[in-house]
Design a protein around this ligand. Sequence first.
Ligand SMILES: NC(=O)c1ccc[n+]([C@@H]2O[C@H](COP(=O)([O-])OP(=O)(O)OC[C@H]3O[C@@H](n4cnc5c(N)ncnc54)[C@H](OP(=O)(O)O)[C@@H]3O)[C@@H](O)[C@H]2O)c1
Length: 285
Amino acid sequence: MSFLRFILITLKLAHGRTIGAFVASVNTLVVSTLALSTLTFSALAISTLAIIPSSFAADTAGTVLITGANRGIGLALAKQFHQSGYDVIATARKPAKAVDLKALGVRIEQLDVTDSSSVNALAKRLDGKAVDILINNAGIFGHNTNTFSDLDIDQLDTVYNVNSLGPLRVTQALLPNLIKSKQKRVANISSMMGSMELNTWGCCIGYRGSKAALNSFNKTLSMEFGKQGLVFVVLHPGYVQTDINKGKGDITASESASGLFDVISKLDSEDNGKFYDFNGKSMPW
Ligand SMILES: NC(=O)c1ccc[n+]([C@@H]2O[C@H](COP(=O)([O-])OP(=O)(O)OC[C@H]3O[C@@H](n4cnc5c(N)ncnc54)[C@H](OP(=O)(O)O)[C@@H]3O)[C@@H](O)[C@H]2O)c1
């Protein structure tokens, strides 16, 4: 017999009903404390849920994947979608160096759009995950010369590989993720430079051709996958102050991203295959 039990029995014998009443009051106290604790815990849990940011809550506005998101328009898009309650998967060629992107607190994934093994590795990491919106933003200006005679045609491979084939690679690899999603949108960041009708001053043969090819790919995919509810668009982001044009431009990256966000977040099946600018204005082919 434990020492405590011995004391209790001795007390009970000595005081009869008094000790019984004491034990009953202790029991009541314990039960009341437990009930109070449960109530307090529930209230705490409810108030904690209320202050969790929307990006952590189960129902976000959707999942968006943005390529080339470590700087320029891609970074501004990542910021805009993150602030608007989307789960953002932002890709960078060198995530360790993506300082501004890390500061946003979004998911960062390595991706070089010219490297099939990098693209396939990303698709593997995202296996089974729905991607509502894919924004193929990564792009370069590439080789350019003042005269056609000076052009080194062999150097144009890179601009086509990044700007035209890159979006194709990424879209193909992430097709299962898009099909699994509710929104099923693909926004290819093209350029007015890819428009034949707007080519009124020449120049930039590789860049123009690579964006025109992207416009053509977009149209073809819109035909094949429109039946499955996917929406493919090409978008001109404006003339934007980023590294690609050495900071020249009419608007900032965040102004461009804000307009692009409005266009992309409202896309529906009627927009499939279309070409818009960042204000939602139709662009000539
Ligand atoms: N700025 C404009 O006025 C303008 C106008 C029309 C269209 N656009 C288009 O808008 C898009 C974004 O351009 P931006 O102005 O933001 O230019 P930017 O500031 O130069 O950014 C380009 C982005 O693309 C990434 N990138 C380049 N090659 C890549 C590759 N092989 N794989 C993955 N990512 C790669 C870069 O990553 P790194 O840092 O690793 O190089 C960077 O994140 C481009 O498609 C561009 O053609 C821009």
